[in-house]
Write a protein that binds this ligand. Sequence first.
Ligand SMILES: Nc1ncnc2c1ncn2[C@@H]1O[C@H](COP(=O)(O)OP(=O)(O)O)[C@@H](O)[C@H]1O
Ligand SMILES: [Mg+2]
Length: 398
Amino acid sequence: MSKPAMVAGVMSGTSADGIDVALARIASSRGDLRFRLLAHRGFPYPKNIRRKILQLMNASSASVPELARLNFLLGELYAEAIRKAMRSAGIRRIDLAGCHGQTLYHQGETADFLGRKLSATWQTGEAAIVAARLGIPVVSDFRPADMAAGGKGAPLVPFFDYALFRHRSRGRILQNIGGIGNLTAIPARAAPDQVIAFDTGPGNMVIDACCQRLFQRPMDRNGEIARRGRVLQAVINKLLRDAFFRQKPPRTAGREEFGGRFTDRFITQCRRAAVIKPEDIVATATAFTAATIVDALRRFVLKRSSKNKYQDFIVSGGGARNRTLMRYLRESLPPLGLRAQTSDTLGMPVAAKEAAAFALLAYQTWHQLAGNLPAATGASQPAILGKISFPPLEAARR
Ligand SMILES: Nc1ncnc2c1ncn2[C@@H]1O[C@H](COP(=O)(O)OP(=O)(O)O)[C@@H](O)[C@H]1O
Ligand SMILES: [Mg+2]
């Protein structure tokens, strides 16, 4: 068993709601991994910063100098978030951090650019700043190495799901509902290449955008608005015919697919379908998210050959707190033989899981071990992910 390391994992997802920090103790020897989550804390972005991030994720309104400044600003914010999490958890020392960064752009599929076929991704949040402020090495920029190995650079959390949550006798589906929804399906006693993982579609992204436009609120807290609304099933049925939902896994999604343009179309279709109240649009967005998940399960996970392969459906991410969304999911899962629960029941708080994953991925990289699951990303082989930034020499010696 290697000497246990104290590792911070930092996640700030496509919702741009804030920064999640997980603090973990990790040790391993020859494939036997011990991962213990010690604490996790969430730090919402101040309003003006969230607005700027959302603006800079939008190619038509981003300026290059501001993108450069945002990179350094996020470095400072990540360092502060880690420091605050440590202080409030009473943890004095950490050895390593892993920062996913804020995704500005992700194109997992190759496409022609100036005569070459390329895929491309861009996460921002300067790890050199985090390393200098905390005096520890920091791993960041996890996605490109997987893409260089032929993968889509996403999803990366399945590696963590497989490492921590695979089970000898139960088939498990882990569904994260962040800005985007993604799942990892792990049959009982699965080998790594039997894992299925892909983005199901929108998570909270369309719900959040509808709440912002119609109620000037960043989210539908606890699903209260949707609870009062009526679901327009015809709109959902029509949107599920979109090419994205037919696309076979591995597949990835982001603001490029379900951002502002999609929300415009969504609201227009709701208004065309019936005379409605704004609550009905939020309810329909919520039911739509649930429907995309159930649709993905039916099409790509619970095929006839794999009937009864899965029992547990484990939800994480901010969407697990949306009671109306959880109710829609709970109602549609029993016919599929699945029982919904949140990751809290497995000792992994819903807001901590993705941050915790990047603590493990940083640990892997530091030990020159692979962090991608080729079955999930489509890479041709396992790859060591990320780049390591070191602190200035005197900060490191302290
Ligand atoms: N109490 C809550 N009620 C409803 N939705 C919530 C609640 N808390 C968080 N969320 C939703 O979760 C989102 C953030 O989830 P998160 O897992 O951090 O996603 P991401 O990885 O995209 O940042 C918020 O934007 C919001 O839509
Ligand atoms: Mg978040």
